[in-house]
Design a protein around this ligand. Structure first.
Ligand code: FAD
Length: 452
């Protein structure tokens, strides 16, 4: 009996496999890396479990996602309180925001400027179909200029005018200044994000537990096995190419990048113009029990190449060896550029200003580790959604092929979105839905609101 082949053991692939196995289907999951989890996996460094960038399971996760992950851990999910710090120029704002923190961090003049600019944006919304205009409509021109536009240039490597407005809708707080004030007063909804779930043993424990449960239920999860292509016959997928051989497939759930899927199905032009932003991650082992008391420091400043500094011990509640800690930095970049190619020593020099800002400049560095991710963020260039629609329409013409997850749907998402999409598509396939049916029901999974 041929199986449903799931390509990729990140949250979306594992959730789809789970739904399929629950429905009694035979499932084989292929994972190119040595371990499961994808972008939200963990690895060992200096005796610590560290994540690929700061990862938390947000409270916005729906009940079925929480239930799945609780079962994966064999019990409960630990709840933790956020303790972040936003660095804007020389100023610092504790995160989650509080009115006192904002007033202390920004000073009265700056608070008034933000307030007036936000009110002005409500009365006369700034025009424009790009990211900068959308950020200004949501939070005011001043906040867009000092916070979101520099972040856009650093994270996506493009001026805000070249980025799509939907990036603003996905990533800038919903509800404008009122929502910010509500959040500051501690009355916000999920986007206030004051608490989050984080498992024992690193974020990757969620995926590892899920993979283990899948195996127990009869599913196969093969790590270190990359899919190399698809075999189509009369408009339907018949097999996945693995190590040059054909693995017969009744249907295929694919979480690989959308342009690659278009190439595999002989339609490379359908995804022309879609690309991803890469990330280089530097981890430093420091000779100190705790680096700072924050889980994440956010750097809005463009002159600092790192987007964030995050500390494993402050996510896990102190797990790991005493007297030492590991801090990580995520540096957005393009594949092949100077950051992508930099050695651990060069990267350490680049993040020195971030160490200085967080009071860690003098602490002895005991070791360094670098990780690189080529397709960390789908790049929402202006007008990207027309290309994405074209590419997804083309793929829906291949019977038995179901693209899902961050890279295949080309969507900025969180783990809970990826997981919910995987569960949904797994159930659809079990009910006998066609690729076209899945395409017709993708919209909610393409319009996400990101929790940061
Ligand atoms: C820096 C950073 C921080 C983030 N922080 C958070 C956070 O705090 N909270 C949150 O909810 N979300 C966060 N996210 C988002 C989260 O990581 C993603 O939503 C989630 O991992 C997407 O899951 P996925 O399964 O769609 O894709 P992925 O996690 O990318 O998994 C895809 C998998 O497919 C495998 N694969 C690819 N090609 C092949 C092939 N040819 N053959 C076999 N396998 C293949 C890959 O190795 C990978 O394991 C963050 C993302 C980044 C980049």
């Amino acid at each position: 009996m041929s199986a449903t082949v799931v390509i990729g053991a990140g949250p979306s692939g594992l959730a789809a496999a789970h739904a399929l196995v629950q429905a009694g289907r035979r499932v084989v999951v292929l994972e190119a890396s040595a371990q499961v989890g994808g972008l939200s996996g963990s690895f060992d460094f200096a005796g610590f479990k560290v994540d690929y960038g700061p990862h938390r399971l947000h409270h916005a996760a729906g009940p079925e996602v929480l239930e799945l992950y609780r079962a994966a851990l064999g019990g409960t999910l630990r709840v933790r309180a956020r303790s972040g710090m936003v660095h804007v120029g020389g100023r610092r704002l504790p995160y989650p925001l509080s009115l006192l923190g904002i007033a202390r961090g920004l000073g009265l003049v700056e608070v008034v400027r933000h307030g007036l600019s936000a009110v002005a944006a409500q009365l006369r919304p700034p025009e424009g179909g790009h990211f900068g205009a959308e950020a200004a409509r949501r939070l005011g021109r001043h906040a867009a200029r000092v916070l979101y536009e520099p972040a856009a240039r650093k994270v996506w490597g493009l001026p805000p005018e070249e980025l799509d407005a939907s990036l603003g809708r996905a990533r800038v707080q919903k509800g404008g200044p009122l929502a910010m004030v509500r959040a500051a007063l501690g009355r916000g909804g999920s986007s206030a994000g004051r608490r989050y779930f984080y498992p024992e043993g690193g974020f990757g424990a969620l995926a590892e537990g899920l993979a283990e449960n899948l195996r127990r239920a009869g599913g196969e999860v093969r790590c270190g096995v990359a899919a190399e292509g698809l075999v189509l016959e009369q408009g339907r997928v018949r097999a996945v190419v693995v190590e040059g051989r054909e693995l017969p497939a009744e249907s295929v759930v694919a979480t690989v990048p959308l342009p690659l899927l278009c190439e595999w199905t002989g339609r490379p032009e359908a995804a022309e113009g879609l690309s991803y932003r890469a990330l280089t991650l530097l981890y430093l082992e420091l000779a100190r029990d705790r680096g700072t008391s924050q889980d994440v420091h956010y750097f809005a400043d463009e002159r600092l190449p790192a987007n964030r500094l995050f500390e494993a011990k402050n996510f896990s509640g102190g797990e790991g060896p005493a007297g030492r800690t590991v801090v990580g930095f995520d540096l957005p970049c393009a594949v092949g550029d100077a950051i992508w190619r930099a050695s651990p020593e060069e990267l350490t020099e680049r993040v020195r200003p971030a160490l200085e800002r967080t009071g860690l400049a003098g602490v002895e560095i005991l070791g360094a580790r670098v990780r690189r991710m080529a397709t960390a963020y789908p790049l929402y260039r202006k007008g990207f959604d027309a290309v994405r629609d074209r590419a997804l329409n083309e793929l829906s013409g291949v019977e038995g092929l179901y693209p899902v997850g961050r890279s295949a749907l080309f969507v900025h998402d969180n783990v809970h979105h990826a997981c919910a999409a995987g569960l949904f598509v797994g159930r659809l396939i079990s009910e006998g839905a066609s690729s076209r049916d899945w395409r017709d029901r993708q919209r909610p999974f393409l319009e996400t609101q990101i929790e940061d």
